[in-house]
Design a protein around this ligand. Structure first.
Ligand code: IMP
Ligand code: MG
Length: 184
């Protein structure tokens, strides 16, 4: 069998350095799964993954949740292929599920300026969920421009552009298993 721990050397760039290893990510997800299980015990939440970046985090996170839960996805765009938020957010793929009266957990890869979270909060509240909370794998706290509490945070990180584990650099590198800082 192939060694899954082997470095993904073909897709690593010289200016990448490991910020959070795949083992650390998986350990933290175990804890987050326990936290979510305790917070939603007796309920049947729906997790909404924010595409594209949140797909791997959502997939791994739900396997650490010891409750029945549903999933759906929404796709929004604010960045185009740039590294800075344009501030103009569009819905590229709407929700499929009816979230009225449901316990909703929005699952983001990373919260940077927080503008996406602010947009999603406004947009999803209109559907009258019973509760609406946010989970993010990464939080760049120093960059946040908004005052909305993020309920479940994997790791707080410094203000550096990161790739891997779902996060992209011009649409590629999402398949890296660890999270890397891009040194510019
Ligand atoms: P916000 O609206 O500024 O909080 O931006 C959130 C979105 O921008 C995230 O969901 C990511 O898709 C993207 N993003 C922000 N920072 C990074 C990064 O360091 N690497 C990759 N994508 C990022
Ligand atoms: Mg995102």
């Amino acid at each position: 069998m192939k060694n899954l721990k082997k470095d993904q050397t073909e897709i690593l760039e010289k200016n990448y350095s490991v910020l959070i290893s795949e083992d650390k990510i998986q350990k933290r997800l175990e804890e987050m799964g326990e936290e979510l299980t305790a917070a939603y015990r007796g309920r049947h939440p729906i997790l909404i993954g924010v595409l594209n970046g949140g797909f791997i985090f959502l997939a791994d996170l739900i396997r650490h949740i010891n409750l029945d839960c549903e999933i759906d996805f929404i796709r929004i765009s604010s960045y185009g292929d740039e590294k800075k938020s344009s501030g103009h957010i569009k819905v590229l793929k709407p929700l499929s599920a009816d979230i009225k009266g449901r316990h909703v957990i929005v699952v983001e890869d990373i919260v940077d300026s927080g503008l996406s979270v602010q947009f999603l909060l406004k947009m999803l509240s209109v559907f009258e969920p019973a509760s609406l909370k946010f989970a993010t794998l990464l939080l760049k706290k120093s960059r946040m421009k908004i005052d909305i509490p993020i309920d479940f945070v994997g790791f707080e990180i410094e203000d550096k552009y990161v790739v891997g584990y779902g996060l992209d650099e011009r649409q590629i590198k999402r398949n890296l298993r660890s999270i890397y800082i891009v040194d510019s």
